[in-house]
Design a protein. Structure first.
Length: 302
């Protein structure tokens, strides 16, 4: 299979009638990669796969729970709620179409289908999804530093807190603050301050060890690292890497006796025990950050 072919959009087609499935597979496989399902449970399992479909074509009448219930469950679950769903059904009455759209489907196509029109509609909805994903990504990025912003951190903290709560595994947080940044800004101006923030952010981002680790700008000259499945010992290693990488930048204040720009870090780790205690992890890390500052800066407190 060629590289271009491997990156075609992935469709999940759900229909319990073999004839209907074959018609759609034959008509769409030149443009898309395809998986098939014959009931709602299969749809939910395949949609939550490591490679989720880019779009789902969903019949209404299926064994077990029907297409409407399948769509409702897809839209209730975090990993699948953003996948576009198009109903493809022989039920052409207005009430059925309204119900499907109210459940979150992006389109409703009645059988027998015109494959040329269906392909065009699929491509349109995939392009719209790409635009939405791009805008969503921009809204989660700090405009100055290019790493995740506070909004993204808050979202991921809530998700990871619930996930680690279910798994009974530790979640760790590091809060880093640039030492004496106000003096640096006052001495060199905001342009140099902005460049300093960008370089520090890049150094902190390089300190993340796994794809699931999140580095974000928390606000002003504060940064955070959110580390799932990580105990205090592991988080302290990451915090030390953050501190050392920033110090290695050798950004100086340019005074007669120059000082390198450094960061202080506070570390906290906990196994979540309730839904609404994520703020406690932030409070603990912030308290330890204050301890690192108070004990001389350019150090970590665990």
């Amino acid at each position: 299979m060629s590289l271009v072919r491997a990156h075609r959009p992935l469709l999940l087609i759900a229909d319990d009638e073999p004839v209907n499935l074959q018609l759609l597979v034959d008509g769409l496989r030149d443009d898309f990669r395809i998986r098939i399902a014959t009931d709602g449970e299969q749809v939910l399992a395949l949609a939550a796969n490591d490679e989720p479909p880019d779009l789902i074509l969903l019949d209404v009448v299926m064994p077990g729970f029907d297409g409407y219930e399948t769509c409702r469950r897809l839209k209730q679950q975090e990993p699948t709620r953003e996948i576009p769903v198009i109903f493809v059904t022989s039920l052409g009455h207005e009430d059925g179409e309204m119900r499907g759209l109210e459940l979150g489907a992006v389109d409703y196509i009645t059988k027998p289908v015109n494959l040329r029109i269906m392909r065009a509609r699929i491509h349109t909805h995939l392009k719209l999804k790409q635009i939405q994903d791009h805008l969503a990504a921009l809204s989660n990025v700090d405009g100055l530093t290019g790493i995740a912003n506070r909004r993204r951190f808050d979202e991921v903290l809530a998700l990871e807190w619930r996930r680690n709560l279910r798994a009974e595994t530790p979640l760790a947080l590091v809060i880093a603050d640039i030492d004496f940044f106000k003096q640096f800004n006052d001495s060199h101006g905001h342009l140099a301050g902005d460049d300093c923030l960008r370089r520090v952010a890049a150094a902190i981002d390089r300190s993340m060890r796994r794809p699931t680790d999140l580095a974000a700008r928390y606000g002003g000259e504060e940064f955070v690292a959110l580390l799932a499945d990580t105990d205090t010992e592991g988080a302290c290693l990451v915090a030390e890497a953050m501190r050392a990488n920033v110090a290695a930048l050798e950004i100086t204040n340019g005074d007669a006796t120059p000082l390198r720009v450094t960061v202080s870090c506070g570390v906290a780790s906990a196994i979540p025990t309730s839904e609404d205690a994520a703020v406690d992890l932030v409070t603990q890390a912030d308290t330890r950050l204050y301890a690192a500052k108070s004990s001389g800066r350019n150090r970590i407190a665990c």
